[in-house]
Design a protein around this ligand. Structure first.
Ligand code: URA
Length: 235
């Protein structure tokens, strides 16, 4: 029995090694910025201003009818989290639960994302979570290019207001939109930093993809570790 366990552990270690890991992420590394509590973000004193700016952006969006997605939505899903954060997550578009609750990533994919955030040493409320498109596409289809174009100004303003140190994009569409290249393949670009207006942008897999392909969670965890290193770094 013990021999078998040792053999299994050895196999597992070889697997991680083949994926490029030098150690097992059994304990999340100590939080890169501890002043705000376990993995939290220290308030920089701008939270109030940023919060007010986000609120006026939300008011500006109002009951937006800028594209056909407005017809099928229950709620606009603006985004939520700590306006003073140094880490933003940007997904694609709300799904059914998000549409009903007016909150991003509250369904199954949201559970995977929340677990990743916590594994990184944060609480969900420490970071900011938003989507490229603020209304649910029918039957959860991909948002179309004209819908993205109508909406992208909103997420760009959210990023400008929050001004995080790092953005993690979730899935192909948010990476393509913010990097500005609709031909990029997520499998080719994930794990590499890009520049978004002076902010480090790390594309990774969408949590819904990870539900279908759980073995790739380790790749996403590798991407997250690079993000944590970046957050710790001075540059
Ligand atoms: N998928 C997304 O891209 N965003 C959400 O808010 C939920 C699921």
């Amino acid at each position: 029995m013990q021999n078998q366990i040792m053999k299994d552990v050895k196999k597992l270690l070889e697997f991680y090694q083949a994926l490029g890991f030098e150690g097992l992420p059994i304990n999340p590394p100590s939080p890169p910025f501890s002043k705000g509590g376990q993995g939290g973000f220290e308030k920089e004193g701008q939270g109030g201003i940023k919060e007010a700016d986000l609120k006026s952006l939300r008011e500006e969006i109002g009951d937006c009818k800028g594209c056909r997605l407005s017809k099928g939505r229950t709620n606009i899903v603006f985004g939520e989290g700590n306006p003073d954060t140094r880490l933003m997550f940007i997904g694609e578009a709300p799904g059914k639960k998000e549409d009903l609750q007016a909150r991003p990533f509250v369904g199954d994919a949201g559970m995977v994302l929340t677990r990743l955030i916590e594994k990184m040493g944060f609480k969900r409320g420490d970071v900011y979570i938003a989507n490229i498109v603020k209304c649910r596409p029918p039957m959860n289809r991909d948002p179309e290019l004209d819908e993205i174009e109508r909406c992208r100004g909103f997420v760009e303003r959210q990023i400008e207001i929050i001004n995080p140190k790092v953005i993690m994009t979730l899935g192909r569409i948010s990476a393509q939109t913010l990097i500005g290249n609709a031909k990029l393949k997520i499998t080719a670009i994930r794990g590499n930093f890009f520049d978004y207006k002076g902010i480090a942008l790390m594309p990774t897999f969408h949590p819904a993809y990870l539900i279908r392909n759980p073995k790739d969670k380790w790749l996403t965890w590798g991407d997250a570790q690079k993000v944590m290193e970046k957050l710790k770094s001075k540059g």
